[in-house]
Design a protein around this ligand. Structure first.
Ligand code: HEC
Ligand code: HEC
Length: 314
């Protein structure tokens, strides 16, 4: 089993790429384009941290990777309401494509947000995840912690060209929707075979000695709440298809949908007031799993599909 919690230092990975590229050339398997001749790939850690911002960026990275340790329910601040960390979903510090990567994120804000029904700042979006994915409450925009997180994301984004508003591979992978509804019973079987070894029979995950998660929970009282993006079957399926089992993501699309449906049919914290999300109902995505919707479709179809074509998954 891989050790998922190995700390990722602030550095570029170009040395590793060069070494492996040379190894392939030496093996004579096929000719590869050396990395320094490849088109610029924006998904990487910037190679340096400007000295004047280093302390803040590192603090932001720490909060991102060890959220519960500094802001969790056991701490005096108790901003997040569960033991999870941002990195549990935004993998490798937010640097991975199709794993809700945050490289380039500062280029996209402020932006109109349909869930809030207004233009929001990056700080508001971060707080959206604190309140839903971490089942907690908002950090004040001018708090040192929020400033550090924004500084970290600014640093992650700083080698992305200013005009690049959309990153290839941002968010989760958009899968072709199966023509049938996602099936939680079939998903239970996928879960037993592919997920239980790390996430536990009750989806409870498992903890490190300091109380943070080695393997984060997928449902139950310490998981994301019903208002979170991961509670949407299509979003969870796209994430799982591309990233889980961690280190060996080989599910087919149907299995990814079914296991996403299984996880999201279990009990989890309920967020008060979600019915006020998407004040303009016409902008509410079809696959948003909680009422009310603009149509009279069966609520189960909103949750599990089959999803109509081109519903738009944002
Ligand atoms: C349970 C999983 C989960 C956790 C934990 C989590 N997030 Fe998210 N986050 C998501 C999902 C899902 C989205 C929406 C992705 C989509 O719809 O494409 C998202 C979106 C975001 C975005 C906007 C991304 C974009 O491309 O526009 C930011 C910024 C963000 N999260 C920050 C954070 C921060 C900071 C934390 C920790 C305080 C955190 N998230 C914790 C799941 C999570
Ligand atoms: C080898 C261990 C392992 C296996 C097997 C595994 N996961 Fe994960 N999973 C992880 C780890 C570790 C994380 C958090 C990643 C991090 O913090 O870097 C994670 C994160 C997640 C998350 C987002 C965080 C959360 O708790 O909500 C989801 C959803 C998820 N896994 C679903 C699955 C599903 C579904 C399967 C089976 C198809 C699966 N995982 C199999 C280790 C595993």
């Amino acid at each position: 089993m891989p050790s998922p919690t190995s700390k990722r230092p602030l550095r570029g990975s170009s040395a590793v790429v060069v070494v492996s590229a040379l190894a392939i050339i030496a093996a004579g398997a096929y000719v590869v384009v050396p990395p320094w001749l490849r088109p610029h790939d924006p998904w990487h850690w910037p190679s340096t941290v400007p000295a004047e911002r280093a302390a803040m960026v590192r603090e932001g990275e720490r909060l991102f990777n060890e959220t519960a340790l500094h802001l969790g329910p056991q701490t005096a601040k108790a901003i997040s309401g569960n033991g999870m960390a941002c990195r549990n979903c935004h993998l490798s510090g937010g640097t991975v494509r199709h794993a809700i990567g945050l490289v380039g994120i500062t280029r996209r804000f402020p932006q109109f947000n349909a869930r809030a029904g207004k233009k929001i700042l990056l700080e508001d979006r971060i707080n959206g995840c604190f309140e839903r994915s971490l089942n907690g409450r908002s950090l004040p925009n001018d708090s040192p912690e929020m400033k550090a997180m924004v500084a970290y994301m600014g640093w992650l984004s700083e080698e992305v060209p200013a005009e690049m508003k959309k990153m290839p591979g941002q968010g989760v992978m958009k899968l072709p929707d199966p023509p049938r509804a996602a099936n939680p019973d079939l998903g239970a079987d996928v879960f037993q075979r592919k997920c239980v070894s790390c996430h536990g029979a009750q989806g409870q995950g498992s903890r490190n000695a300091d109380g943070t998660y080695l393997y984060p929970p997928l449902w139950g009282p310490d998981s994301f709440n019903n208002g979170a993006g991961m509670h949407r079957v299509r979003t969870a399926a796209g994430f799982i298809y591309r990233n889980m089992p961690l280190g060996d993501p080989l599910l087919n699309v149907n299995d990814a949908y079914d296991v996403a449906a299984f996880i999201n049919s279990q009990s989890r914290p309920q967020r008060a007031g979600v019915e006020r999300d998407y004040p303009d109902r016409k902008l509410k995505p079809f696959d948003s799993p909680y009422a009310p919707w603009a149509d009279n479709e069966d609520p189960l179809r909103h949750k599990y599909g089959p999803f109509p074509r081109a519903v738009g998954s944002q």
